[in-house]
Design a protein around this ligand. Structure first.
Ligand SMILES: *Cc1c(COP(=O)(O)O)cnc(C)c1O
Length: 418
């Protein structure tokens, strides 16, 4: 290749073109089997649409699992990322960069963080929760000096797949092959205030909660639960750590799903939507004492908070704000939930904003995913009779309406396939 050819080459020119079936055969030869067989080979996206290697178009109602907040190939985000990469891409954490500092300030402002609050950047949600787990361990001697070994999480919780985050995750099938996991984590019944109050004492370092359990099928915590958790943890000197990796950054129509509870947690973890598709996560600590728990040298990352990732997040937050995307999330979310509730065979609709779960009257959710793809819609089944939608926050009412119109036939096809 000449220098000119190299400077113009795209990734698709580097890898070439072939059919979806051929790509998948090559996938199974060279990629580890942890994800099973991918559903499609996707090659291009624009807004809420994506196209596969065979040219078929899909309405993306999953958004890369609540990641592509502004859809695919958003021109502003793309331009900010490209120009940052062309200016300064990586510097290591021996140095900082203006985008890193500006993003930390922006996140603390959007979350109304009190004075003394701080940010630690990561590359993913599980890493943000690892950092939070280490923060909890530093509460081992307590803000009050008491020894603390226990961490509380909920049944159904999903906090990630690395060892610390996996210890917080409840699902036995994910945990069992990797035991022993970091100790001291106790899982208590979901949404049960009495169980929570009974579990919290002065040996508890932290309580980890998702305001809405995403992987468990979009299960919101009952009203009042977060407030009760705040009161009980404050009383016992335990940290209240909210995992908003899936629910944060506008997914529910608010910057944080926990906003409505009117509480200040000790820490919040973010990732998924934060970079608009670019990998970035964050741990936010609220107020001075908890923000001092991880001292110099006690945690680190090579890539975390790099100039490109933080520029991507700044661009995403700016576009969400300036294009009034949160209003769209509320309006289209309400429209979708009302439409879903009126469909035959849908027995329950849950969620807030554009994080939506609905249950079916039969165990056909995986077949609905397949029938949906054939009909040109990407959805997800977190359980045998549950469908999850986490589309780009810019989904239009027309696009949501197209899915609602197609869903009865998709459900019928799925049932016929059983
Ligand atoms: C996805 C998710 C994680 C893990 O994030 P990764 O970026 O996949 O590591 C953690 N917590 C919640 C609530 C999630 O939805």
């Amino acid at each position: 290749m000449t220098h000119a050819e190299l400077s113009e080459a795209s990734a698709s020119a580097l890898v070439g073109h072939t059919s979806g079936a051929d790509w998948l055969a090559r996938y199974s030869t060279s990629l580890m089997g942890v994800f099973g067989t991918p559903q499609r080979v996707l090659v291009r996206g624009a807004g809420c649409l994506v196209w596969d290697a065979d040219g078929k178009e899909y309405l993306d109602l999953l958004g890369g699992i609540a990641v592509n907040a502004l859809g695919h190939a958003h021109p502003f985000v793309t331009s900010v990322i490209s120009s940052q990469l062309a200016t300064l891409g990586h510097v290591s954490n021996f140095f900082t960069s203006p985008t890193q500092i500006a993003l930390a300030e922006k996140l603390l402002a959007l979350t109304h963080a009190p004075a003394g609050s701080k940010v630690f950047f990561t590359n993913s949600g599980t890493e943000a929760n690892e950092a939070a787990f280490k923060l909890a361990r530093r509460n081992a001697t307590g803000l009050d000096g008491a020894p603390r070994t226990k961490i509380i999480a909920l049944e159904g919780a999903f906090h990630g797949r690395t060892m610390g985050a996996l210890a917080l995750t409840a699902k036995e099938a994910y945990r069992a092959p990797f035991e022993p996991l970091p100790g001291g984590v106790v899982h208590i019944p979901f949404g049960d205030v009495a169980a929570l109050e009974a579990a919290i004492d002065e040996t508890v370092a932290a309580v980890f909660l998702e305001p809405i359990q995403g992987e468990a099928g979009v299960r919101p915590l009952p009203a009042g639960y977060l407030r009760a958790a705040r009161e009980a943890t404050t009383k016992a000197g335990a940290l209240l750590i909210l995992d908003e990796v899936q629910t944060g950054i506008g997914r529910t129509g608010k910057w944080l799903a926990s906003e409505d509870a009117g509480i200040v947690p000790d820490a919040v973890t973010l990732a998924k939507g934060l970079g608009g598709g670019f990998p970035i996560g964050a741990l936010l600590t609220f107020g001075e004492p908890v923000s001092q728990l991880l001292g110099a040298g006690q945690h680190g990352t090579t890539f975390g908070g790099n100039p490109v990732a933080t520029a991507a997040a700044l661009a995403t937050l700016h576009a969400i704000e300036s294009q009034r995307v949160l209003d769209n999330v509320v309006a289209v979310g309400e429209y979708l939930r009302a439409g879903l509730a009126a469909i035959d065979g849908v027995t329950e609709v849950r969620g807030v904003g554009l994080l939506i779960g609905f249950d079916l009257d039969a165990d056909v959710a995986p077949a609905v995913v397949t029938a949906g793809l054939d009909a040109g819609f990407i959805v997800n089944s977190p359980g045998p009779r549950t469908i999850r939608l986490a589309p780009p926050l810019i989904l239009t009412t027309d696009q949501a309406g197209a899915f609602l119109a197609a869903l009865p036939a998709i459900l019928q096809t799925a049932k016929d396939a059983q």
